[in-house]
Design a binder for this molecule. Sequence first.
Ligand code: TYM
Length: 339
Amino acid sequence: MRVVSGIQPTGKPHLGNYLGAIRNYVKLQDEAQAAGGTCCIFLADLHAISLPHDPAELHSATLEMVATLVACGLDPAKTVLFNQAQVPAHAELQWLLMGTARMGWLNRMTQWKDKAGKNREGQSVALFGYPVLQAADVLLYQATHVPVGEDQKQHLELARDIAQKFNNDFASDEKPVFTLPDPFIPESAARIMSLRDGSKKMSKSDPSDMSRISLTDDADTMAQKVKKAKTDPEPLPGEVAGLEGRPEALNLVTIYAALGETTPEAVLAEHGGQGFGQFKPALAEKLVEVLAPIRNRFVELNDDREELDAILARGAAQAREMGRPTLDAAYTALGLVRG
Ligand code: TYM
């Protein structure tokens, strides 16, 4: 069992990252250990330069993300925790896979279409090639489980297609170069939407801070954001079918259920009939109950920048070793000569 996943160190990690992904990293870290496998979680700093960014902020945001992941329960003694920039094999393998990925495949990526909008010509080549780097990230380590939120599923299907084509074109059936990775999206991996618009995902790049709960928000800020969250005038229904056509109400119920590791059905059985004046304070309380301990640990860890740098350096050394055989095999399969 080899668990591999990444998170971009841009902006502040939010509730969607936690409930959609980070919480599952922590569960899989323990499962991998119990099964004698490995768990690798990395900060996708190379991906972060595909959009305009501030170099002065990237290092600091990277360390903050390490502090957040550890505060959420990732243990650097159990998980190989590192950033891509310290493991050059990610960028190298991306280039080797560029010959296999097809323009048409990348053109179909919904994230590319969303991020580029109407201005495709003005985007960086890195934004277009982004999913090829993501494929390199997981193929380099022969990943078997890739815990992600729903929004990354398409990128991982692309990684499978790239792996399959590379194996077909350059390797024998008996000795494939790459393992085909599986996106791992457990049912508990909730898709969390913006607090201002129930049809958009909660995102680090949304210009409105009120659209998301950051893992570093204090209790008052969280309560304010929940209070101001967009809703409708109807009370909560008794059953999930009654949430149809009510994306904001559905989102708040989904968040409540995910925080309590229960189902929307169970939440509605308890809170059905309540108006938002009653439900929102209950939700704020639940948020604080789950996130306050994480925030407290984050504040402690985030001060020790040297230790955070050291965690990344140790993880990167391990990752470089782990990735070497696959990178070598990819060079050899392509007939590239190295000294
Ligand atoms: P990123 O940094 O946008 O998000 C990190 C993880 O959080 C999940 N996520 C969500 N889940 C539920 N609701 C939301 N609103 C929400 N927003 C984000 C994402 O699905 C993701 O699992 N391209 C990736 C980073 C990456 C990667 C990889 C992931 C680079 N290489 C290789 C897996 C494997 C990204 O930008 O995630």
